[in-house]
Design a protein around this ligand. Structure first.
Ligand code: SF4
Length: 248
């Protein structure tokens, strides 16, 4: 079995949502926010590889799509999003934190071993780190239209712990810190801005992350997905149109 932060987080949101996404493999197009986020993300990948970021943005907005999950919902205007991305990248090099890349878009596959007890799960933990810097920071790019809210903070915490765990497995030591490189979109009155948010995870956080993986692995093994729901999440769920348990 393979687990990623997205899979774990989807299961924690609602087990039935996990079933729709990973068992039924139902794909849905991206909202404007996610479509824009992917384009900026691709631009940042190009930027840290020393290439023109707008080439990455254009590839993401106008390039060939592998499936519907890479497309935008009806009504999203890619030309408007391109303009917004251009505003960001015209000031990014001067205003964003200086980061010296060691690895860009690094895919990892690491075994799940408890850092202290050495208990091992028959699971591979997989994911992609946006950036690892030469001075041992893990960087994750986020786009937002305002300051990140508490709903996303829970997910961000899980990601920071999980990626710190993966870094520990890869390099045999903890990273210096985990940096959310948050890019806040501009509007008619204000310029885009950049908010670096640092967090530092410990070995205890890595142990807790292992415990969460163990809990999710156990539930998946017992097939506790399709008929297990979490109504608190319905408001944010992309499957609410087809789910008979929707309680928005
Ligand atoms: S609509 Fe609600 S109950 Fe149904 S899958 Fe989504 S979160 Fe779960």
């Amino acid at each position: 079995m393979k687990l990623s932060v997205t899979k774990i987080s989807t299961f924690k949101d609602c087990p039935r949502k996990f079933w729709y996404a990973y068992n039924m493999r139902i794909l849905t197009p991206k909202s404007e926010g996610f479509y824009f986020g992917s384009a900026v993300h691709e631009g940042l990948e190009y930027y840290y590889l020393g290439k023109d970021p707008m080439q990455g943005v254009d590839k993401s907005l106008f390039g060939k799509k592998a499936n519907i999950s890479e497309e935008a919902k009806e009504g999203v205007d890619p030309y408007k999003l391109r303009k917004e991305a251009k505003r960001i990248f015209s000031i990014y090099p001067q205003q964003a934190p200086y980061l010296k890349p060691l690895l860009v878009e690094h895919i990892f596959n690491v075994p799940l071993i408890h850092p202290e007890t050495k208990e091992t799960l028959p699971v591979v933990f997989t994911g992609k780190m946006d950036l690892i810097t030469e001075d041992a920071k893990i960087v994750d790019h986020k786009t937002a239209s305002g300051s990140p809210g508490s709903f996303f903070e829970v997910k961000n915490n899980l990601q920071a712990s999980g990626y710190t765990y993966a870094y520990l497995r890869m390099f045999g030591k903890l990273p210096k810190c985990f940096l959310f490189n948050t890019i806040i979109k501009g509007n008619t009155r204000r310029e885009p801005r950049f908010e670096p948010n640092f967090t530092k995870k410990t070995i205890e956080d890595c142990c807790n992350f292992f415990d969460i993986c163990k809990e999710v692995y156990g539930a998946l093994k017992r097939k506790e997905t399709k008929d297990y729901t979490n109504y608190y999440h319905c408001r944010f769920c992309r499957f609410h149109d087809i789910c008979p348990y929707d309680r928005r």
